[in-house]
Write a protein that binds this ligand. Structure first.
Ligand code: SF4
Ligand code: SF4
Ligand code: SF4
Length: 294
């Protein structure tokens, strides 16, 4: 394999992904401790391996992504959240803020929602979020004949509501950010609540209802989507046979085919880079790339 393949050829996304996560890992080691380096190096290396496997065996794309999602999401939930008691939910940023501490939720917000989106858009949602992994597993059990499209006003209202709830809780009860045992209970309760709400909503609002309609993290990172270096891109629009399989498979209800017709990148800011549309296309029209649409 030539060096060119790694730097600007078909392995470039894999190698640059690994390099970026390694860089973030070193920075976090300098700022916090070596565990953060291990965490980011682990994520970067697993992405490097996964993308390299998919290049050799494209049919494994979804299997490999789901394995990465379970591995990274499971590591973040079980090891980082439940064992190390580092919080990872949005409301906890405001618990932390009111306790004047900086922990996992804030780090996740800055890295996964304000830095990484410039390269990978909302890819955290399809490759690292344990809630997303749970929704992918259980949402298939729910059937909704008429899915509801995202309503930005609802997503922003929910985000605001979480901030208000955090302020009220801190003023009438103990701030979970000040007590590890309480925080651990909060992490468990909060995740169970999100899974239950997400599953119930998917019956009436459609696939990944919590993600599409409410999740505050997506509300934030979607604002940066337009700057994302990597996007789902039609690489040979002329081969499209208008079968609509890309649209039918999209969990975020995005009109992928419309972009193919326009020969433009997917410009919907809720795309989570799950690459389901890429896998579903029988003609290989789509890919995840920084290159121009054709
Ligand atoms: S939208 Fe929120 S809950 Fe859904 S996968 Fe993304 S971060 Fe996780
Ligand atoms: S457009 Fe493709 S990559 Fe984006 S969310 Fe839909 S199926 Fe996933
Ligand atoms: S799945 Fe592929 S061939 Fe079918 S409509 Fe979408 S881009 Fe065209």
């Amino acid at each position: 394999m030539s060096a060119n393949n790694w730097i600007s050829g078909k392995y470039s996304v894999a190698i640059w992904t690994w390099a970026l996560f390694s860089l973030i890992g070193f920075a976090m080691w300098a700022i916090r401790d070596i565990r953060y380096f291990a965490l980011f190096e682990c994520i970067g290396t697993s992405e490097l391996i996964a993308r390299s496997i998919v290049i050799k065996h494209p049919s494994t794309r979804q299997l490999v992504r789901r394995l990465i999602q379970v591995f990274v999401g499971g590591m973040l939930l079980i090891m980082v959240s439940l064992i190390f008691c580092v919080n990872f939910q949005f409301i906890e940023i405001f618990f932390d803020y009111q306790a004047a501490v900086v922990t996992g939720a804030f780090i996740q917000l800055v890295i996964a929602r304000l830095i990484i989106p410039f390269i990978f858009g909302n890819a955290f949602c399809s490759r690292a979020c344990w809630d997303g992994a749970v929704f992918e597993a259980i949402n298939g059990l729910a059937h909704c004949s008429k899915p509801t499209p995202r309503k930005p006003w609802l997503a922003w209202s929910y985000l605001l509501l979480l901030i208000i709830i955090s302020i009220v809780i801190v003023h009438i009860a103990t701030n979970p950010a000040t007590d590890d045992a309480l925080r651990r209970k909060w992490i468990i309760g909060e995740n169970l609540f999100i899974w239950a709400v997400g599953f119930a909503l998917s019956f009436v609002l459609g696939s990944r209802a919590y993600c599409r309609m409410l999740c505050p993290f997506l509300t934030i990172s979607s604002q940066l989507y337009r700057f994302s270096f990597l996007k789902i891109t039609p690489i040979k629009s002329a081969d499209c046979i208008n079968c609509n399989k890309c649209n039918k498979t999209c969990p975020m209800l995005i009109d992928v085919h419309k972009s193919v017709v326009k020969k433009s990148k997917i410009d919907n800011n809720t795309c989570i880079l799950c690459e389901r549309c890429v896998s579903a296309c029988p003609k290989g029209v789509l890919d995840v790339t920084y290159k121009h649409a054709e």
